[in-house]
Design a protein around this ligand. Sequence first.
Ligand code: TRP
Ligand code: ZN
Length: 886
Amino acid sequence: MVMRTISQIAVQLMDYCPFPFTITHVSLVFDLNQEHTVVTTMMTVERRVYDGAKEAPFQLDGVGLELLELSLNGQKLDPNDYHLDEVGLIIPMVPDAFKLETKVAINPAANTALSGLYISAGRFCTQCEAEGFRHITFWPDRPDVMSRFHVRIEAPQDQFPTLLSNGNCVAIGQYGDGRHWASWDDPYPKPSYLFALVAGSFDTWTDHFTTRSGREVSLCIYVDHGVSPRASYAMDALKRAMAWDEKTFDREYDLDVFNIVAVADFNFGAMENKGLNIFNSALVLADETTATDTDYEAIEAVVAHEYFHNWSGNRVTCRDWFQLSLKEGLTVFRDQEFSADQRSRAVKRIQDSKALRGRQFSEDSGPLAHPVRPSSYVKIENFYTTTIYEKGAEIVRIIQTLIGEQAFKDGLNLYFDDYDGTAATIEDWLHAMRMASDNPLTGIERWYDQAGTPLLTVSSSFDEGTQRLRLFFRQATPDTPGQTTKSWVPIPIKLAFFDHNGAMLRLTLAGTEAAADEWLIPMASDRLVIEFEGASRQPVASYLRGFSAPVRLRADQTSADLALLAACDTDPFVRWESAQTIFRSSLLLVSRALAKGEEPEIPDDLHRVFQGSLGEAGRDPAFAALLLRLPEVPDLMQLQANCNPSNLVAARVYVRSVIAQQLDGPLSACFATYDPAQEFSTGAAAAGRRALMAACLDLLSATGTDRAALRAANLFAAARNMTDTMAALSALSQFGGPRYDAALNAFRNHYQDNALVMDKWFRVQAMALCGDPLTTYATLRSDPLFTLTNPNRVRALGGAFAQGNPAAFHRDDGEGYALMGTLISDVDRLNSALAARLATFFDSCVRVDEARRLAAFRTIEGLLANNSLSANTREILTKIISGLTA
Ligand code: TRP
Ligand code: ZN
């Protein structure tokens, strides 16, 4: 008797076993009805030839399926011939080759988890990654089982005129009773997680693309009625992505059609189903009146990301979910490179490093820290994390830096060609990179297997006599939950030197002839000493140029060194980072003074750095806008144990107001150069001017003067695009009061029928410092436009509150935690993946002071006491609570 149990038991990487059968072909028939869809599956199965496969039972995953029929080679199976339970179906005795037919019934209308087949705005759609397909039919729902899919969809024609699945449409037809059907065939074998089906009524935005080898591809984006022009930007991004992947990495598209469907209810950003990407509508629909520049950037990046998965993910997929970063890290790297080429490479690198350090470093130093390749998990949906995605992309970048651009490109081609049509591992990927480069990449596996952010410490000394500069590097990776012994990782350190006038110095590696302006030092040990000569005084060193590795840096730099780098470095990342380092230490000083009730002092450096940043306004407005922004509170929280987030918020408010008063003249002048009436363009240059204007307005609003409030209100009235409107609205949210209320009302009246725009209205209020944030939250939570069933809306309120309003979330009376707790338990009953994601926001609680930690503990304890809490949310909260008590 074969037994299986459902539980919180973790899946282990070590336990990987291949599936003992191949399913060469599968034919699926969907008889679509909202409450009762019947799925008929016919699979052609062969036993694989290896020892362990010989007597293996045939095991299929299946959850929430009503089994209607089951037959093997046309013979109905007797209930004694199989075992059926809550997690699947096992047939102990099967021949070496057979056909299995199953017929199941499912209820898409009752599916609020948005995994499997569900209904959004009256249309059928699917989400199968990671384990959604088992909610549709019985199947070995694992990425290493790849089959040729043939899909037939039947539905009432008037309500569901569009019927889509993967691959090419091969036949359509009608029945007499008002129902019609379509057949889709995908010529590329794929795992079940890439399956997709859509049925409904849409408007479309179409175009076409001719690939490098002359294949004509029809491109189509399916959207809500009446808004198809809002898909034009996504379409443009798609065509640019297709051309870019051909040019940059020799990757061509491989089907005759590429379809994208925008849906309103979606757990994630988007999904790369073969030939039929499904997108959160927030990442498709945009025009100047509804989308901000940040939205445009995100659309461009995510459209490219999903398209790039066609190679990094689909043609070469993952052996198991432990290899998730194999497709996600690589695809993020590819979309980052694409965006860098479309816009400003320097600005993109700063944005990416900022996001990595804000989110991933924080995850990596808390209770949810895990390796890029974890060794175990309970719920795979909980592992779609910034570590898997963004740190994974950084490892790809480290490899590129270490082996060089050409070898990297060769290695990527080798990887795609050698592993095409297979389910690969991180070892396979590294093998291709090693083959292409002759670089052993020693220790690179540890980047995948060790959690935690390495700390790189540098101390320098200059010998006046020999005129040698000696740099001493050390690295160490901190302990993380379950991982205490760690070893060095390869760190590419990009370096340069400046004299005290800010001129770049060309130094020589001591004892050699080698001279250069910029150095790449591949650190491959715990410690490294390196000496340079050729400077007459101790030079100023610029470390980790271009953010050459995802590490924390602790260098013995004086604030004068940092100020010099912030003003003069030729590397934009180091300029920005040096300014941020100055800001961070000033903010911490101010917060300590405020905590003690003392009058804080603001170092002069700060004022000078801001002035220098404003000086950048004429040359590169987007860069200037980044330079003008102070570090965020979550960044500061990472630097302190037992911190009081309210103090950090207060320090930020204080410093902003002082700077804004000091620089009122130049900031106002810079703001005044912006003309809100000018013609809109989505290009990077125009977006940069808007970003700079918004940065000036944001700082100016910190003065709190009525003049500043009026300036924001005037922009709100004059704004002709959503970027400016949101800049004005969030500036007004710093003041509160009648101007802000009037703007909120006007906004609501104008956009109440556009859910994506209303999400912005929820978000700005959830993050606002003005008024009483708890009252604001309660009002928004009971607003008729609030709904628990739409993930975007839930995130616009809950996510924005927990992440974007640290003083309110981390209130010392625990009320912020309590209301997030309530939201999590309400959402958990409907959509556990979404609830688990909201639960991750509690991980910052390990860094707050004891009273707050206790309050967070109580809320989490209360949630865990509920026996019907989902396994997803339970996994996250259990980890956090052990971090709180550690
Ligand atoms: N593979 C998707 C991406 O990164 C991620 C994704 C989409 C996802 N929908 C999901 C992951 C649902 C988990 C659950 O492009
Ligand atoms: Zn992805």
